[in-house]
Design a protein around this ligand. Sequence first.
Ligand SMILES: NC(=O)C1=CN([C@@H]2O[C@H](COP(=O)(O)OP(=O)(O)OC[C@H]3O[C@@H](n4cnc5c(N)ncnc54)[C@H](O)[C@@H]3O)[C@@H](O)[C@H]2O)[C@@H](O)CC1
Ligand SMILES: [K+]
Length: 515
Amino acid sequence: MRLAMNYQMQQIDRKAIDEYGIPSIVLMENAGKVVVDEILKMRDQYQKVVIVCGPGNNGGDGFVIARHLYNLGVTVKVFVVGEISELNHDAMLNYSILKKLEFKIDEINDDSSMLAFERFLRPGNLIVDAIFGTGMSREVGGIYLRVIEAINEMAHQVLSVDLPSGIDGNTGHVLGTAIEADKTVALVIPKVGNILFPGSDYNGEVIIKGIGVPDIIIERVGIKYNLITKDIIAPLVPHRKRNSHKGDYGKGQIIAGSIGMAGAAILACRAALRSGMGLLKLYIPESLNTLITTSIPEVITVPLSEVRRGVIGITNFQKIIEDCCWPDVIAVGPGCGVNSEISELIKRLLNESEVPMVIDADGINALSKSLHWLENKKCPVVLTPHVGEMSRLTGLSAEEINGDPIGTAVRFSKQWKTVTVLKGARSVIATPEGEVFVNTNGNSGMATAGSGDVLTGVITSMIAQGLDPVGAAVLGVYLHGRAGDIMVAERGEHGLLAGDLVLGLTKAIRELVEA
Ligand SMILES: NC(=O)C1=CN([C@@H]2O[C@H](COP(=O)(O)OP(=O)(O)OC[C@H]3O[C@@H](n4cnc5c(N)ncnc54)[C@H](O)[C@@H]3O)[C@@H](O)[C@H]2O)[C@@H](O)CC1
Ligand SMILES: [K+]
């Protein structure tokens, strides 16, 4: 599903109205009706609905909602924040209909009207926030600020129309203050502000509802951002034939592990094999060989001589490079440690191997000192940095990256021609062409050591099984998050181990296959 910024939503509306002749008032009517459907589903949770309208079309949606609820016999009260005379054309039209129905509509524009409004913010009243939507253009101030703060302080249940008022639809940033909704009905397609943090915390549950805009119009706007949903994911899951053998499911080569970090290698390998890869070779310092083969007998180990205890020596590199004709994918980095040898190996692999490569963890740290190596790469590269690693790669602060995760990932991917998986509570996948995929599943239990190694394993596995690097990254991130959700439902967020995610992966894949 596409994910829009405000200006793209405005383009969709304009195309629908100007080029396809769908009157804006019809779109507003449809918008109001789909929100009413949601309000009716909550019928046992309120006695009265209090609708708070702003000056633009979001407010116009609010008036439509009021009319339909009134027709259905629901007790409704309507407020306009600011001056009624400032309502825009379509909002005014719907306001006028309500007036003809002898609705009493009050303005909130001074202390006494504010006090009168606050008396409606009590238990049993559902507050509908129709103040601002995609037209939010500046910091909230004045009477709007007072209204939003009063709702947050005193209201018991709030439903926002399209976006919680005060959230920037382009970024998810809070513009001064914002409504803390329990539920948000996002219209047509979700906006970035419905999905990214901090906005996501203000949306509550997000319900996406069409309002009769044909898909072709949305496609013609050329949106490059996508929300990862099951309809994108399901067709990517590798198909397994009854009459098949391990060679049909891909060959992977993982270079991982050092003394004290053998676990990273084990987790990556388990995740790769548990998500369907046919054959896996693990290149490790020879002193880890016994530990690894007893922990995960299904993997073929290639023990390599060490230059120091636990560090692969440079003399092995020719063999590793020559072996690159065997696998369908190479992953490098988990638990390798930070040393000049791993840097040299990555440089050589980029220069000499044509096999798709997933670089994570210490591989990213090695690369961050010499990003220009990417200029000479012969292979497609997937990088999977968390915010700290992205900070090392770009020189940006964590705050700057968190403030614009999509922009950061897109700029990096375009500049260095990589598929970039910027990991976080909302992982962002960006392609060199500027396409973006945002993932919303997963939970805080996954913020645990080794979680990234599992993700590397899944993405590697999916490339081995024939997916292109973008598809593998998208499917891998989704499965990883879903695995976390499945396991947290069983074990709770506090006790999740990265190893649990491996078990969760098998369940997440099965869920998709059997759907
Ligand atoms: N034809 C359309 O464009 C449709 C729009 N729809 C609804 O309309 C919304 C967008 O409507 P609009 O573009 O009119 O925008 P909004 O209704 O979100 O708000 C725009 C109005 O708020 C004012 N404003 C913006 N930021 C402010 C601030 N910080 N303080 C005070 N005033 C501020 C603007 O000056 C303008 O008057 C959508 O979110 C959706 O709910 C739906 O009715 C479907 C059709
Ligand atoms: K709103």
